[in-house]
Design a protein around this ligand. Structure first.
Ligand code: ADP
Ligand code: MG
Length: 498
C-alpha cells in the first residue's frame, strides 16, 4: 500500500513538474510572440515618423508642386484647377439664393435670405434627401430628373420669410463634389465619378447643362449661377463670416484644399485677369505625392489593391476613408507573423475596410481603465474575444501612430499653402491675420487628429507667426457657401452696382 502511495506521489510530482515546464515554455513562446508583435509595431512606428525636419520637407515639396501645377497643365501631380471663382462673398450680398449640394449618398437643398452687411443671413432652410441606390448607377437623365424634382418640391415650400425681388429669376449655387473640368463659373464637364457613382453617359458632359435641362422639365425657372465643389463652398462660407479666410481644407472621407491666389501668379491663366485680381484655386491636393512622404509597405499594399492605384497618395495616408484600413493591415501582419491574437489569424481581419475610421477613432479615444471600447470593437468588428489589457493598449498605440502621421502631414500640407502665399512669416509692420476654414467628418469628429493637426501647425509656424494664424471649423460651409457664391456671381450684380 505504502509503495503505491509513494509511487502515486512520484507520478504526481512528475506531472506537476511537466505542467510547470509546459507553462514556462508557453510563457516563453508567448513572450517570444509578444516581442515579435512589438517589433512589427515599432518598425511601423519608425517608418511613420514625422519629425519636424521631414514635415518641413513635405511642406516645401507642396509649395514646389503648387508652383509647378500653376505653371502648366499637367506640370504637377497637383492639378491646381482654376475654379473661376474670382469674386468671393463679402457680406454685402442681398436677396434669396438656393444651393444644391451633391457629393455623396445624400444631397442637400438649401435656401438663404441674405440681408447685406447688417442683416447677413436673415433666414435659412434646408432639406436632406437620400439618393436611391439604383439612381447612382443608372442613367444621367433619371438622376438629374430626381434631383430637380426634389428641388422643385423644396421651392414649393418657400414661405413668407423669403422674398425674391420682383421680375427676377431664382439663382442656384451647385456644389458638385466630383472631379470636374471647369469651363466657366457656370459650366464644367465631369471627368469621372467617384464615391460609388457610375453613370457613364454623364462623363464628359456639362453637369450644369444636365441640371438645367432637368430643372426646365420640372417647370422650374431657376438659373445655375455657380458650379463649385465642397472645398470651394467651404472657402466661400468661411470668407463670408471672416474676411481673413484665405484657404479651406476638407478632411472627410477624402481630402482636398482650395485657396485664394493672386491672379497674376497663375501663368497658365490665359484669360483676362479677373476683376478682383484674385482667383480661387482648387488644388485637388489628395493627389499630392513626394519622396519625403513617410510611406510604409502597408500603404503601398493598400494603394496597389485600391480602385485607383498610384493615384491620391496623400489622400490614402491622411483621409478618413483609409486610416482604419491601415490599422487593420498592421494588425493583420502582427496576427500572421507574430500570432498577436493567438494561434489562428482572425478571418475578419482579412476583410478590406472592415475596420472603419470612426471605429478606429472610438478605440483611440477610449479612456476606460480596462479599455472596454477597444475590447468591444475587437470582438464585434473583428471577431476577437477576450483580449488582454496589454493587447488593447498596443491597438490604441497603433491607432495613435496612424492618426498622428495623418494629422502631422495635413499640417505640413497647410504650411505648404501658407508658404506659397508668403504667410508663413511675419512681415515687418504688417498685422496680417490668416484664417483657414476646415470641414469634414474626420476633422470634426476625430478629436485626437484635430488637436494633433492644430498643435503641429503651431509647432511648424512658431509662436510669433501662429499668433496670427487660426484654424476655424466652417460647419457645413459647403452648402451655404454655394448659395453665397450664387449671390456673389449673380446675374443681377451689375444692375445693383450701377
Ligand atoms: P464626405 O467627405 O464624404 O463629404 P464627411 O465630411 O461627412 O463626408 O466625412 C465623413 C467621413 O469622416 C467618414 O467617411 C469618416 O472617415 C470620417 N468620420 C466620420 N465620423 C468620424 C468619427 N467619429 N471619427 C473619425 N472619423 C470620422
Ligand atoms: Mg462632405
Amino acid at each position: 500500500m505504502g509503495k503505491v502511495v509513494v509511487g502515486a506521489a512520484v507520478i504526481c510530482a512528475a506531472t506537476v513538474c511537466a505542467a510547470a515546464a509546459l507553462i514556462v515554455r508557453h510563457r516563453m513562446r508567448c513572450s517570444g510572440r509578444w516581442a515579435r508583435a512589438m517589433a512589427i509595431l515599432r518598425e511601423f512606428e519608425e517608418k511613420c515618423a514625422t519629425p519636424i525636419g521631414k514635415l518641413r520637407q513635405v511642406a516645401d515639396a507642396m509649395t514646389v508642386e503648387m508652383h509647378a501645377g500653376l505653371a502648366s497643365e499637367g506640370g504637377s501631380k497637383l492639378k491646381m484647377l482654376i475654379s473661376y471663382v474670382d469674386n468671393l462673398p463679402t457680406g454685402n450680398e442681398r436677396g434669396l439664393f438656393y444651393a444644391l449640394d451633391l457629393g455623396g449618398t445624400n444631397f442637400r437643398v438649401l435656401r438663404v435670405q441674405l440681408g447685406g452687411k447688417d442683416g447677413r443671413v436673415v433666414n435659412q432652410e434646408f432639406a436632406e434627401v437620400s439618393i436611391p441606390p439604383h439612381l447612382m448607377t443608372g442613367g444621367s437623365e433619371e438622376l438629374f430628373d430626381y434631383i430637380a424634382a426634389e428641388l422643385a418640391k423644396f421651392v414649393k415650400t418657400e414661405g413668407e420669410d423669403f422674398h425674391l425681388s420682383p421680375g427676377r429669376q431664382r439663382e442656384l449655387g451647385f456644389t458638385f463634389s466630383f472631379p470636374v473640368r471647369q469651363l466657366s463659373i457656370t459650366s464644367g464637364t465631369l471627368i469621372k465619378w467617384t464615391k460609388g457613382f457610375s453613370i457613364e453617359d454623364v462623363v464628359g458632359q456639362d453637369v450644369v447643362l444636365e441640371l438645367t435641362k432637368a430643372l426646365e422639365k420640372q417647370g422650374l425657372d431657376m438659373r445655375v449661377a455657380a458650379l463649385v465643389n465642397d472645398t470651394i463652398g467651404t472657402l466661400a462660407g468661411g470668407r463670408y463670416l471672416n474676411n481673413d479666410v484665405i484657404a479651406a481644407v476638407i478632411l472627410g472621407t477624402g481630402t482636398n484644399a482650395a485657396y485664394v491666389e493672386c491672379a497674376n501668379a497663375i501663368p497658365k491663366w490665359h484669360g483676362l485677369l479677373p476683376k478682383s485680381g484674385e482667383m480661387v484655386i482648387n488644388m485637388e491636393w489628395g493627389n499630392f505625392r513626394s519622396s519625403h512622404l513617410p510611406i510604409t509597405e502597408y500603404d503601398h499594399a493598400l494603394d496597389v489593391e485600391s480602385l485607383n492605384p498610384g493615384e491620391q497618395i496623400f489622400e490614402k495616408i491622411i483621409s478618413g476613408m483609409y486610416l482604419g484600413d491601415i490599422v487593420r493591415r498592421v494588425l493583420l501582419s502582427m496576427a500572421e507573423e507574430a500570432a498577436f491574437f493567438g494561434d489562428t489569424v482572425p478571418p475578419q481581419l482579412k476583410v478590406p475596410f472592415i475596420l472603419r475610421t470612426p471605429d478606429m477613432s472610438a478605440m483611440h479615444h477610449d479612456t476606460s481603465p480596462d479599455l472596454k471600447v477597444v475590447g468591444n470593437k475587437l470582438k464585434d468588428i473583428l471577431g476577437i474575444p477576450n483580449t488582454s489589457l496589454k493587447t488593447r493598449k498596443a491597438v490604441v498605440e497603433l491607432c495613435n501612430i496612424v492618426a498622428t502621421r495623418g494629422a502631422r502631414l495635413s499640417a505640413a500640407g497647410i504650411l505648404g499653402i501658407l508658404k506659397k502665399l508668403g504667410r508663413d512669416v511675419v512681415k515687418e509692420g504688417e498685422k496680417q491675420r490668416t484664417v483657414l476654414a476646415m470641414d469634414g467628418g474626420l476633422y470634426e469628429h476625430y478629436t485626437e487628429f484635430r488637436v494633433c493637426l492644430e498643435s503641429t501647425l503651431k509647432e511648424l509656424l512658431g509662436e510669433e507667426v501662429s499668433a496670427n494664424v487660426s484654424v476655424e471649423h466652417s460647419n457645413d460651409g459647403s452648402g451655404i457657401g454655394a448659395a453665397l457664391l450664387a449671390a456673389s456671381h449673380s446675374q443681377y450684380l451689375e444692375v445693383e452696382d450701377s
